[in-house]
Ligand binder design. Structure first.
Ligand SMILES: NC(=O)c1ccc[n+]([C@@H]2O[C@H](COP(=O)([O-])OP(=O)(O)OC[C@H]3O[C@@H](n4cnc5c(N)ncnc54)[C@H](O)[C@@H]3O)[C@@H](O)[C@H]2O)c1
Length: 439
């Protein structure tokens, strides 16, 4: 892979991408070429349970996104004679139908494009497919973006969840499994005990606040309407198929391009990481053995700082990183998030009692992830160059670097036919000043 040498070269990327106003528009419907796609491994979980008699038609919201696509592949391929799987997704900027293309020929798989904030989309889908079980993943999931476009997070994560709950109540379902996050607990000081499911929710950023608010609505529907709900709070998840806005795939793709790793702040915050196939096993376990009305943490012991992620990836890529000088050659510290929790720490004893254990070590999972991105990362979503910059700005499926977005002319300055691909001088110079490539 050739290095990114200048911002101009960023503009000459993937053939699937159309651009307007110095941006990239990603197309979640564009498929990678068949010869390449056929080389992609079919990734899923490893568990298989006795199918449940009252589960037949399972709606998975956000099914073209990262975690849900793993789960959709797992359910479709593991229970072909028992469960029909309906992937329901708006196809936002981070989604791609490449994630479930392998399932297109399977009779127990269907994709429906729809928006969870549209009561009519949801109602139509529940009726058409006689849905009895819902796994609700769809969300705005990227914390960085929530500082800039928080209304979108409240709309999708809170109102969208409310719409699903209300439609599920009217329609009637036997199980509704709501996917939440460890971030709802807020920061856990170093040395404090791991938090159990009964701990207080204390979110600190608009993303985690929207997820906590959604949980309040879930709790209300559980109490008021006896909707058969289960809530799941997972640690950070990583692995193939994750949109490269999140730290691990982003850093892999930057190293792949021989570019510097853009580390927010001092790099000291830690997160606990679960490999994607392990969360799939956890969700399969919760579907088949979890108790209605309960909350389950999905918890890992692999607590890794952002700086440590850099070191581990540099090691895998064979780049010298042991001395501070060697390390700094590959790392650029950028401004931090407006607020950044230092760590999250949850206790997974309740789910362990159902028999779930993570099977993939962080070393193993990271190597498998690097391998996948080296083969498919540059083509899977289209041109991700702008995604790989510090704090990109996203509107719909359109993406700018922060510098480009700051320099965008106002709508009045833009002619109606404006279709430029030329970077404004201001955007170009601030981008060049902000990010280096390795000489
Ligand atoms: N990734 C993690 O580390 C992590 C950790 C804990 C919890 N979670 C939660 O897991 C869920 C999935 O996360 P992910 O990382 O796979 O997300 P993702 O961003 O990869 O995927 C989200 C999917 O939801 C879809 N979507 C967005 N808005 C929609 C709408 N209005 N209607 C229908 N579909 C819509 C998108 O198109 C996309 O396919 C989220 O609820 C997230 O909060 C994620």
């Amino acid at each position: 892979m050739s290095p990114v040498e200048s911002p101009e070269s960023l503009l000459n990327g993937d053939r699937h991408v159309k651009r307007r106003r110095n941006s990239t528009i990603l197309n979640p419907r564009s498929y990678v070429t068949a010869d390449l796609w056929k080389q992609a491994p079919v990734l899923k979980g490893s568990t298989k349970f006795e199918p449940l008699p009252n589960v037949r038609n399972i709606l998975v919201t956000g099914g073209a996104g990262f975690i849900a696509c793993w789960f959709v592949r797992h359910l479709t391929l593991t229970y072909p004679d028992n469960y029909n799987v309906i992937s329901f997704d708006k196809l936002d900027y981070c989604a791609t139908l490449n994630n479930t293309r392998i399932l297109d020929e399977f009779p127990n798989f269907t994709f429906e494009q729809g928006d969870i904030t549209s009561p009519s989309d949801v109602k139509k889908c529940l009726r058409k497919h006689k849905i009895d079980t819902i796994f609700h993943f769809a969300a705005q999931s990227h914390v960085d973006l929530s500082f800039g476009n928080s209304y979108q997070f409240t709309n999708t994560n809170v109102y969208g969840t409310h719409v699903l709950l209300e439609r599920a109540r009217e329609h009637g379902v036997t199980r509704f499994i709501h996917i939440s996050t460890d971030e709802v607990y807020g920061d856990v000081p170093i040395g404090a005990a791991d938090l159990s499911e009964t701990s207080l929710l204390a979110p600190t950023n608009p993303y985690s606040a929207s997820k906590a608010a959604a949980e309040m609505m879930v709790s209300a529907y559980r109490s008021s309407f006896k909707l058969p709900l289960i809530t799941v709070r997972s640690n950070n998840v990583y692995g193939p198929h994750q949109f490269p806005e999140k730290i691990i795939p982003k850093f892999i793709m930057l190293l792949q391009r021989r570019s510097k790793l853009l580390v927010h702040g001092d790099g000291s915050p830690t997160r606990r990481y679960v490999y994607a196939s392990d969360i799939v096993d956890a969700l399969d376990t919760i579907l088949h053995k979890g108790a209605i009305g309960q909350i389950y943490n999905i918890a890992s012991k692999d607590e890794i700082s952002n700086t440590d992620i850099c070191h581990r990836l540099l090691e895998i890529f064979g780049a010298r990183h042991k001395t501070p000088q060697e390390f700094q050659r590959w790392v650029q510290h950028t401004e931090d998030r407006p607020f950044n929790d230092q760590r999250y720490a949850t206790n997974g004893a309740k789910l362990a009692a159902l028999g779930w254990r993570p099977k993939t070590s962080f070393e193993e999972g990271l190597k498998a992830t690097v391998d996948w991105y080296q083969r498919f990362g540059e083509v899977w979503w289209g041109d991700i160059s702008r995604v790989l910059t510090s704090f990109p700005v996203v509107e719909g499926t359109e993406i700018w670097t922060k510098e480009e977005h700051d320099a965008l002319p106002s709508d009045e300055e833009l002619g109606p036919e404006e279709n430029g691909t030329v970077w404004t001088k201001k955007a170009l110079s601030s981008l060049q000043a902000s990010g280096g490539t390795i000489a």
